[in-house]
Design a protein around this ligand. Structure first.
Ligand code: GCU
Length: 673
């Protein structure tokens, strides 16, 4: 069996009896009894049974106490927004669509379970992002690319798996407002190509329906080169025969799977085929598919992760960081309306710290989705604790200076939420961190990233700390209220660990935005020069005098891809924020940072500190023994043990490497090997 994470109703919240009355009855007004409304009722029933051992009766009039779903005509709620308010002993959910009722039902349950529902509650919530999506990198053989929590629960032995867990997954993600999911790896190979063929299409359709009951649109990753295997024997996007082929194909697909949201495409990247093969550009490729899918109302999500992965390390001019902007910025305005570009948060690849991609603010006439990664590929494999929401908050808040209109919100959050340009659409997607492990996410605490991503994508103004507090209260419920021997609330201790974890991780791994000092291929553990003489364009360029890639005007010019003040800031070593200095500049070890420390002393200090902080987190966790569920306690204890070993390796290897390179001693005389 598997756990229910933050929607486990056997784990009683603190004030549990105070809310029992709401679960006695349900009244529904104005909604057709469709599958989604039935699902919402089913969720109330589950909660009622789990929390209070009762079943809400469906009543034909507003009950004396209970919950009421009321169809609202209020246009400001849009398709997904809702109002929750309390009158007398009834909690009212008002919404325009049944999908919104699902979101509201889970929200109401969360308010109840965190004792946040009061007689005065009156909240209206409308999502900030039209698209709130999870991308699975699941392969049909059951493996997961960059998966750290077991195998896929969608695929096994080159077939689809549909069982109770599928529904539980849909519940879990709908409960935090996710409305789209792509189930297969962006690297579409072998059997995965057949997901849109007769071989699997009936099962794909069933899966789509399961998600639809929770208001979620399912997507598939698509093999761009598919028509090569068929009559046109080409994938040239401007070839009429290829375009015709795709039109027929989309007709066929949508006949079988009318509810499909559309497709996610990785083209011309890391060995995947694409329009470049035919001398065409990315817009040609995306628009061809968009045209074919348009009659069916589907969308094409086209990734901007396009770069040359066959670089010569001797070539000091080519800069992978530039690639996304170089390939896509000149195509701004050329993409069809039903194309959305999916842009990774940074210009490289999900490092623990990177600047925001200059495509945000560089594209002014194109729909955009921000892609982040909660699968902890470069952030500790869900062995190390790394709560990523504080990082995502910084990314969303980045001011792009996209235009000079003070009325429009041109932060990343504003752009993807459609507030920077009228008529645009977009959203947020995370490469997800789930698998078929008992607890879904490998490390129990990594579930905070899944929860947090959903909540943040819904409401980008939420504070990372509030999200973590909510998750902790829902997950550990009554146990979160218990006190440790030194008088700290268990929930507060867990919250403290989560909030400190990303800064700690950054300290012992990647100082000052350098990134990439990881072991090749699997990306866990240190290998300072692992990628230095390789073809991936991921260099640190350390020598006896300093380290970092010069990306200012005298270097690769990457800094010039930003707008206005950002361009000036990143171009100038004196103005570049400390945390990104090595990303933008080749910097001497003796350079004095804004913090007043030299680069080398910063490296030594942060690595020693980071390791010490991990030991402290590990020790703190032990204080929860006997207070929280034994399984969860053991799961995280075991992970901290491995994290401590990892942090020690990082600390000693990085410090020794740089000490040997530059010969400058640690001011504090600590042991360096
Ligand atoms: C990273 C990751 C790959 C993945 C790629 C992508 O490079 O290591 O496994 O395929 O990103 O985002 O497509």
């Amino acid at each position: 069996m598997w756990t229910q994470c933050w929607i486990d109703y056997s784990n009683l919240p603190k004030n549990s009896q105070a809310y029992a009355g709401y679960f006695s009855a349900l009244y529904v007004d104005g909604f057709k009894k469709d599958e989604v409304i039935s699902t919402a009722y089913g969720e109330l029933k589950k909660a009622a049974e789990g929390l209070y051992g009762c079943t809400p009766e469906v009543e034909l009039e507003v009950p004396e106490s209970g919950i009421a779903f009321i169809r609202s005509e209020d246009e400001s709620l849009g398709k997904e927004g809702y109002r929750i308010h309390v009158k007398d002993n009834v909690a009212f959910i008002e919404a325009a669509t049944s999908a919104a009722v699902i979101y509201a039902t889970f929200r109401l349950l969360a308010l109840i379970r965190t004792s946040a529902l009061t007689p005065d509650t009156d909240i209206t919530e409308v999502p900030d992002n039209p698209i709130r999506m999870l991308d699975h990198w699941d392969n049909m053989d059951g493996s997961i690319e960059r998966g750290y929590s077991g195998n896929s629960f969608f695929f096994e032995d080159n077939d689809l798996v549909i069982n109770e867990r599928t529904t539980d997954y849909a519940r879990l993600i709908a409960s935090v407002g996710i409305n789209a999911v792509a189930i297969n790896n962006v690297n579409v190979k072998d059997a995965a190509t057949d997901l849109v063929n007769d071989r699997f299409i009936a099962k794909v359709s069933r899966l789509t329906e399961i998600f639809a009951c929770y208001g979620i649109k399912m997507f598939l990753s698509l093999n761009y080169a598919m028509p090569i295997e068929y009559e046109p024997a080409s994938a040239d996007p401007l070839d009429p025969a290829v375009r015709e082929w795709w039109k027929h194909k989309m007709d066929e697909i949508y006949r079988a799977v009318p509810g499909l949201g559309g497709f996610l495409v990785k083209a011309d990247s890391e060995g995947r085929p694409g329009p470049f093969t035919y001398g065409r550009n990315q817009a040609d490729g995306a628009n061809m598919l968009a045209e074919a899918i348009k009659p069916h109302g589907g969308i094409i999500i086209w990734r901007c992760f396009v770069y040359n992965c066959q670089q010569d390390w001797r070539d000091l001019k080519t800069d992978r960081a530039r690639a996304g902007y170089d390939y896509f910025s000149s195509l701004d305005g050329e993409f069809a309306d039903n194309v959305i570009l999916q842009i990774k948060n940074g210009p490289m690849d999900f490092q623990p710290r990177e600047p925001v991609s200059p495509l945000f603010g560089g594209l002014r006439k194109t729909n955009q989705i921000l892609e982040v990664q909660i699968a902890q590929e470069y952030t500790g494999h869900q062995i190390d604790l790394c709560y990523l929401i504080p990082w995502f908050k910084q990314i969303l808040a980045f001011e792009t200076y996209m235009n000079n209109d003070p009325e429009s919100d041109t932060t990343v959050a504003g752009i993807i939420g459609g507030r920077a340009r009228k008529g645009s659409t977009g959203g947020m997607v995370a490469v997800t961190n789930t698998g078929n492990d008992e607890n879904w996410t490998g490390n129990d605490l990594a579930a905070a990233n899944l929860y947090g991503f959903g909540r943040l994508a819904w409401d980008t103004s939420l504070a990372a700390e509030d999200i973590a507090r909510e998750w902790t209260s829902l997950t550990y419920a009554g146990d979160a209220e218990k006190q440790t021997a030194d008088g700290e609330r268990a929930g507060d201790l867990i919250l403290r660990l989560l909030m400190g974890s990303w800064p700690t991780y950054e300290k012992y791994t990647a100082p000052l935005g350098i990134g990439w000092m990881v072991k090749v291929h699997d990306h866990y553990g240190p290998s300072v020069e692992g990628y230095e003489y390789d073809r991936w364009g991921t260099y640190i360029r350390a020598d006896w005098e300093g380290l970092g890639v010069e990306r200012g005007p005298e270097g690769t010019g990457f800094a010039l891809q930003y707008n206005g003040p950002n361009k000036e800031m990143f171009s100038d070593i004196e103005k570049t924020p400390d945390e990104l200095i090595l990303f933008f500049h080749k910097t001497k070890y003796t350079h004095v940072l804004h913090s007043g420390k030299t680069v080398i002393q910063h490296i030594y200090d942060t690595h020693f500190e980071g390791y010490d902080e991990v030991l402290k987190m590990q020790k703190d966790w032990q204080k929860l023994k006997g207070l929280i569920d034994e399984r969860s306690f053991a799961n995280v204890s075991e992970r901290f043990e491995r994290q401590a070993a990892n942090a020690r390796e990082w600390c000693d290897i990085v410090n020794s490497y740089f000490h040997r390179r530059c010969g400058i001693d640690d001011e504090k005389g600590r042991t360096i090997y």
